[in-house]
Design a protein around this ligand. Structure first.
Ligand SMILES: C[S@@+](CC[C@H](N)C(=O)[O-])C[C@H]1O[C@@H](n2cnc3c(N)ncnc32)[C@H](O)[C@@H]1O
Length: 213
C-alpha cells in the first residue's frame, strides 16, 4: 500500500543530521565514517525503528538504513535525530537499485530485509528485494561470508525468496516459520512486525550467507 505524503516529514528530511545526501561519496568509506568495523544495511527501513533500535542495542556496530519513500524517510530521520541513545547510524533516501553505486565491493557485513513489499503480481516480481537483480548486487557489496537476514509475514514472498537466494550464490544458515514463538531480545521488532505479532501472524525468518568459492 502506497503511503500518503506527509508534508512535515518531506520538509524535515533535508535538514536531518542522520541523512547522507550524497551516499556515492561514502562508497568504500562507510566503516570509517561511522567508526565501526561491522557494517549493517537495512533496505526498506520504513519509519526507521529497526535500524534505530538495533544501532542503539549494538553501539559498536554501524547501521545504514535505506528508504525510497520520501515521507517514510522523513519520519525515520526525525525519529533517529531525536533519539538520545549512543549509536552509529546513517540514513539514505533512495532506491536500493543503486546499492552498488553507494557501497564498494565487499563493504557490507549484513543486509537486513524486513517485511519487504511482496509485489504479488508476476509482472512486478522484479521489484521484490529478493529478485535476482537485487541478489546480484547483494553478492557484490557483501563481504566474504556476509549475510542477508530476511523477515516477513508473507508466506508467498518467503516461498519465492528462499530458492532465489539458493540459486544466486547464497547458502541457507537458519530458517524459522514462527520466529517470535521464542523470545529474541537480540533482534529488534520493526513497525510492521509489531502489527503482525499483535494480529497473531507467524513471522518467517531466514539467514543466508554469501557462498565463498
Ligand atoms: C512494508 S514496508 C516495511 C517497513 C519496515 N521495514 C518495517 O518492517 O516496518 C517496506 C518498505 O520498503 C520500502 N522499499 C521498497 N522497495 C525499496 C527499494 N527498492 N529501495 C528502498 N526502499 C524500498 C518501501 O518504501 C517501504 O517503506
Amino acid at each position: 500500500m502506497r503511503m500518503r505524503k506527509v508534508k512535515w516529514a518531506v520538509e524535515y528530511l533535508p535538514e536531518s543530521k542522520v541523512l547522507v545526501k550524497d551516499p556515492s561519496s561514502c562508497k568504500g568509506k562507510w566503516k570509517k565514517r561511522l567508526g565501526t568495523s561491522t557494517l549493517h544495511v537495512e533496505i526498506g527501513c520504513g519509519k526507521g525503528k529497526y535500524s534505530l533500535d538495533m544501532a542503539a542495542m549494538t553501539p559498536e556496530a554501524g547501521f545504514v538504513a535505506i528508504e525510497k519513500n520520501e515521507s517514510a524517510a522523513g519520519i525515520a530521520a526525525k525519529k533517529m535525530d531525536d533519539d538520545p541513545r549512543e549509536k552509529k547510524l546513517a540514513l539514505i533516501e533512495g532506491d536500493a537499485d543503486h546499492l552498488s553505486e553507494w557501497f564498494a565491493a565487499g563493504e557490507i557485513d549484513v543486509i537486513h530485509l524486513n517485511f519487504s513489499d511482496p509485489w504479488p503480481k508476476k509482472r512486478y516480481a522484479k521489484r521484490r528485494l529478493s529478485a535476482p537483480s537485487f541478489l546480484k548486487q547483494y553478492i557484490d557489496v557483501l563481504a566474504a561470508n556476509g549475510q542477508v537476514i530476511m523477515k516477513t509475514d508473507n508466506a508467498s514472498l518467503f516461498e519465492f525468496s528462499v530458492p532465489q537466494f539458493l540459486a544466486n550464490g547464497f547458502r541457507l544458515l537458519e530458517l524459522s516459520v514462527d520466529y517470535r514463538r521464542e523470545t529474541h531480545d537480540e533482534d529488534a521488532i520493526t513497525e510492521y512486525e509489531e502489527k503482525f505479532i499483535e494480529q497473531g501472524n507467524p513471522i518467517y525468518r531466514a539467514v543466508f550467507e554469501k557462498e565463498t568459492i
